[in-house]
Design a protein around this ligand. Structure first.
Ligand code: BJ8
Length: 426
């Protein structure tokens, strides 16, 4: 880490000494999981560089934006429309935390029996060990699961928060309600930035964010190839960085990576041996640097070819209709797109089950691993329906529960290894 980063972290009033421990651990973990792979596309160099200085380069850009009078908002859920923040001249950054490093800090505020994503997010803020949590001018919470709802009350004691009330059903009146929440978010952003969200700025923002999702769609399409030109781990990393990087640069670098993959497909290059089993993961999000399940799968003789997750298809599949250019039409288009996310917080949520079956077929998978973050009740309970539907469709499925520690890694390796072996017997 550079001296400049330390200066910046000190100015952000971070606990630099404690944060140094994370800086020491991350490159080791990244080296073990990522740099040990063979024949990686050169286009991954950019994403390697982003991770190598994840608490340096991007935070410095955000601070520069603030110094020029701009604002930064932090979000925790893919239901929060980035387009609104962008249209108001703010930068929107993801805040979901994926490291065990922050969990003990969060456990001082919420019960141990809370999902690690929530605990890590609180720990990152209260321990002052994440620059993104120091930089954000406003934190956007949402009423999705019970854990998050209650965590926002605690976070609000230390950080400026705006809460969006996400309905739990998708009836007409629920859609109207979310539309109101989007308008409320627009008002809040205008108040924060002092800028008007205009028809022009909103349309530009819609196109910008759509382009980022299009780049991810293009990248993910390569995973349908029989000869896989890129590992699941690498695609996961790109998807995780999507929540932090500048949207235009991210789309450009992801498209450059796809150009290279296109050539690899033409040349018949594969990063896996012939006959490698294909796995779809479904379930709770995998925030950076949570690479555990991908790493286990891909070092156990299989490849992850897709993620039905918020760090996966739930994030990039839906686009906002670019046709409307008037404010009402664009707000309606945003509403339609953002209420079409199939999170387990909704009831009923049969569309998610349909998605999993559809994706399993599209990616031609040999099996599905339904991954649940420990203490996430909604996805855990929905796992029953997911597993039953997959069994009925004749698709092998394994349900696992895990957290951010490495304590269960060996046990998971055994179970996942046995599953991969089992789906090999056709
Ligand atoms: S749209 S999945 S990002 S709410 S894992 S904190 S649900 S207890 S992250 Fe989520 Fe939005 Fe849904 Fe996606 Fe709660 Fe479960 Fe933890 Fe979760």
């Amino acid at each position: 880490m550079t001296v400049d980063n330390h200066k910046m972290w000190n100015e952000l009033d971070m606990d630099v000494e404690m944060h140094d421990l994370l800086c020491e651990a991350l490159p080791v973990a990244f080296g073990d999981v990522y740099l040990s792979q063979e024949n990686r596309p050169e286009g991954m160099d950019f994403f390697n560089m982003v991770v190598a200085d994840i608490h340096g380069i991007r935070p410095a850009e955000l601070i520069k934006h603030q110094e020029a009078g701009g604002k930064v908002v932090g979000t925790f859920c893919i239901h929060v429309p980035d387009e609104i923040a962008v249209a108001g001249g703010a930068i929107s950054t993801g805040l979901c935390s994926g490291s065990q490093f922050w969990v003990p800090g969060g456990e001082k505020y919420v019960p141990t029996a809370t999902c690690p994503l929530i605990k890590a997010s609180l720990g990152a803020r209260f321990d002052r060990t994440c620059p993104f949590f120091r930089i954000a001018d406003l934190f956007i919470g949402e009423t999705t699961c019970d854990g998050k709802k209650k965590a926002w009350e605690i976070l609000a004691e230390d950080a400026p928060m705006h809460i969006m009330d996400l309905p739990q059903m998708k009836r007409e009146k629920d859609l109207l309600h979310w539309r109101d929440e989007i308008l409320g978010y627009k008002d809040k952003i205008e108040e924060l930035t002092g800028n008007q969200v205009t028809e022009e700025s909103l349309h530009d923002a819609i196109v910008l964010i759509n382009n980022k999702r299009r780049a991810l769609q293009r990248l993910n399409a390569f995973r349908k190839e029989e000869k896989l030109p890129i590992s699941g781990k690498d695609v996961l990393l790109v998807q995780q960085i999507a929540f932090y990087d500048d949207p235009a640069r991210f789309a450009q670098m992801t498209n450059a990576l796809s150009d290279e993959l296109e050539q690899r497909v033409k040349d018949g290059v594969s990063v896996f041996p012939e006959g490698t089993k294909r796995i779809l993961l479904s379930g709770t999000p995998l925030s950076i640097p949570n690479w555990k399940v991908h790493h286990i799968v891909e070092t156990s003789g299989a490849a992850v070819v897709g993620e039905e997750m918020c760090t996966g298809s739930r994030y990039y599949e839906g686009l906002v209709d670019e046709e409307p250019t008037d404010m009402e039409g664009m707000i309606n288009a945003l509403n339609e797109r953002y209420m079409d996310i199939h999170c387990a917080c909704f009831t009923p949520n049969t569309e998610r089950i349909d998605d999993i079956i559809r994706l399993a077929k599209e990616w031609n998978v040999d099996g599905v691993i339904d991954v649940n973050l420990k203490f996430c009740g909604i996805y855990d309970i929905e796992g029953y329906t997911v597993e039953r539907a997959l069994q009925e469709a004749g698709i092998p499925v394994l349900g696992i529960e895990t957290d951010y520690t490495d304590e269960d890694a060996e046990q998971l390796r055994t179970r996942i290894g046995a599953f991969i072996e089992m789906i090999g017997e056709k």
